[in-house]
Design a protein around this ligand. Structure first.
Ligand code: HEC
Ligand code: HEC
Length: 266
């Protein structure tokens, strides 16, 4: 047995699974490294207080935002003042692609972001330099390792009335809506809570502590990943949608079948 093994090694032949194992290890390592990098990049190492960053942000702001928000962010008829809006608000609005606003409407739409992360942070630094406002979240609250059960409870109490219990989103008045919360980056979830875009209330740290915000983010990431155990969710709208489905499709099928059976027997 031992001899046979030796021979195999000498002739330089590998176990047939060796290549597969090597590829698997390679993929795992790259995957892990990538996750590591993409997570840290959410709060890139850029000094928001350095004069160079602020100056770069001021230039970008002048070229892309000043037409609506004013040359020194004081606001115009086309856009609100951003004095005191804070870095978190800029990172949220620009990072989700809502800003720069494409057209005037009831609500800025989510679009592919038009600026790189560095450019976004430079503009955030500029706005933050004008007056104190909500700061960028600390990355330790964005890991998705909070208390999912507590997050679920907090979500149902504070968010579900607008965003739906399953975070599927819902309509509000005057053409506005609370969007679905799947696929939203943890940073942007946190920033939405501290800045309260549009009709959404601001959830200050006195209201919902940073740790509780982390729990809510963890809950949202949990429901995003968990498989739907009950089959098709029908948008998770609850008994009304499910009842309607059975009423229309189920009863419809029975009526159809009855008609078909009687037609055949005639
Ligand atoms: C076409 C006009 C327009 C342009 C261009 C524009 N904005 Fe806005 N912005 C608005 C309007 C209108 C609102 C308020 C409506 C809303 O929140 O959806 C707003 C809201 C915001 C808010 C939220 C303010 C708050 O108090 O919550 C931020 C932050 C912001 N804009 C940043 C920017 C930045 C940064 C740029 C440039 C990259 C930009 N905007 C370009 C019109 C514009
Ligand atoms: C009164 C209704 C209301 C409540 C309560 C509310 N929201 Fe919102 N939320 C909104 C509206 C409206 C928007 C869209 C704002 C916009 O597009 O400018 C929004 C946007 C968001 C977004 C951005 C989604 C995206 O696609 O970029 C997140 C994340 C979010 N809310 C999370 C929460 C969380 C978490 C809570 C509870 C702690 C909460 N919201 C409570 C109305 C609400």
């Amino acid at each position: 047995m031992a001899r046979a093994k030796k021979n195999v090694r000498k002739s330089g032949r590998r176990h047939p699974l060796a290549t597969a194992a090597l590829v698997a290890v390679g993929l795992l390592v790259t995957g892990a490294a990538y996750t590591g990098f993409s997570q840290t990049s959410a709060t890139a190492e850029i000094d928001l207080e350095s004069p160079a960053t602020i100056e770069a942000g001021e230039k970008l702001f002048g070229a892309n935002c000043a037409t609506c928000h004013g040359a020194s962010a004081q606001g115009t008829d086309d856009g609100p003042s951003l004095i005191g809006a804070g870095a978190a608000s800029v990172n949220f609005q620009v990072g989700t692609g809502r800003m720069p606003l494409a057209f005037q409407g009831p609500q800025g739409m989510v679009k592919p972001a038009q600026f790189t992360e560095d450019q976004t942070l430079q503009m955030a630094a500029y706005v933050a330099s004008l007056a104190p406002g909500p700061e960028l979240p600390d990355s330790r609250y964005l890991q998705g390792d909070g208390d999912v059960a507590n997050g679920g409870t907090l979500f149902r109490i504070n968010c579900a009335m607008c965003h739906n219990v399953a975070a599927a989103g819902g309509a509000l008045t005057q053409g506005k809506f609370a969007p679905a919360l799947t696929g939203v980056a943890p940073t942007h979830i946190y920033e939405a809570m501290v800045t309260g875009p549009q009709n959404m209330p601001v959830f200050s740290d006195a209201n919902i502590s940073p740790q509780e915000k982390s729990d809510i983010i963890s809950y949202l990431k949990y429901i995003e990943e968990k498989p739907a155990v009950g089959g098709i969710t029908l948008g998770s709208l609850g008994p009304v949608a499910e009842g309607l489905f059975i009423w229309v499709i189920g009863l419809g099928a029975i009526v159809g079948l009855t008609v078909w059976v009687t037609a055949k027997s005639n």
